[in-house]
Write a protein that binds this ligand. Sequence first.
Ligand SMILES: C[S@@+](CC[C@H](N)C(=O)[O-])C[C@H]1O[C@@H](n2cnc3c(N)ncnc32)[C@H](O)[C@@H]1O
Length: 395
Amino acid sequence: MRRNGLPSPTFDEDGPVDFNIESREIQEARASAIDSTLELHQLLLGPALCLCPVLNGTSLQAIYKYDIASKVPVHGEVSFEELAYKCGLNEIHLRRFLRFAMVWHRVFQEPRKGFVAHTAASRKLVEDPLARAGLGYMFDEVWQSFARTLEAIETFQSEEPNKTGWNLSQHTEKPTWEYYASRPEMASRFAASMSLFSDGIGLSPSFLVQGYPWSAVDNGRGTVVDVGGSRGFQCVAIAQSFPDLHFVVQDLPDMIDGAKDSLPTNVEPIIRFMAHDFFTEQPVSADVYLFRMIFHNWSDANVIRILKATVPAMQLGARVVVNDYLIPELGILPPIKEREVRAMDMIMLSLFNSREREKEDWQSIFQQADTRFTDINVWVPEGATLAIIEATLGQ
Ligand SMILES: C[S@@+](CC[C@H](N)C(=O)[O-])C[C@H]1O[C@@H](n2cnc3c(N)ncnc32)[C@H](O)[C@@H]1O
């Protein structure tokens, strides 16, 4: 990092909150150091302590709920007494929440007894609304869903998206998207968290742009339908590199409302938005139907329903292109990457009753949707977190 003029990692308030490492070599060195230190750490803990992880999110949840970070002056300090007053919290609770966060998460520090100051991590919460949204989503929704997941499995014995740990914890029978429709503040917190997670280096849209042969889609002049394409972020990225393609971004009406107005002007003429529920028959005939981070939100039966609704619009040779996590065989990925995929798989269970899939799962799902899906190719672009799964409709 020194050789590349990058700041050294530190917990100090003025330390870098993001590394902004672009070099693949440095990223790989960082990942391998994380893997090695994790292994060393767990070896030193030993089996008994590995069985006792601390799973207590109360402290971070309180920091989010009472917006504590914004009440601590940047480059200053505040007493526990005054901060408790500002937050409307009992001082004993506040002190234990913050001291837990200092020790477990390096969030806040106590430069002298009884006074609180920022670290780089707590300062990030003040300065980055996406980081705040991510914390809120994690501790108000995801963490609570984990605690009710086994209960949901036993009670419902169902794969439907409204029979989950999330449903039990939110006390609703509606699936997430429907529930969010009447709660715009939760919907925008979810969207902000997604853009925080998509900033992860392996999730950049550039991997989809460079990792798929877009120039071969009808010689670079074909039509791509981005199904469940949100506000068109992926299509914008692809369109910037392949300006002769045409795009239709489909999503639920609330999601695409006003999205056309926020497109960059150079790609605006080639990207169109359309309200479409992907469980109903696909109305657009295209060369490629892109599903990015869609199927991992749905059970196998529902993915098959969505694919069956797509097939009637597909001409011979048209393709479904899926961009989703791929579960590898155990031990093939570096440990830190494998943790991420398996963590996502568990989150999908608790929130949606869905799952991340292995290569063989994709073969089986496409075959069950339509036996004419042939040539199923699966690859992971170098450095990417998401795989590309491509299925072509044959005779
Ligand atoms: C995890 S997001 C993925 C968004 C986008 N493809 C991406 O990669 O950033 C899932 C998307 O599916 C959309 N969605 C959920 N149910 C839908 C339905 N029945 N029909 C169309 N879109 C739906 C949501 O509104 C949301 O934009």
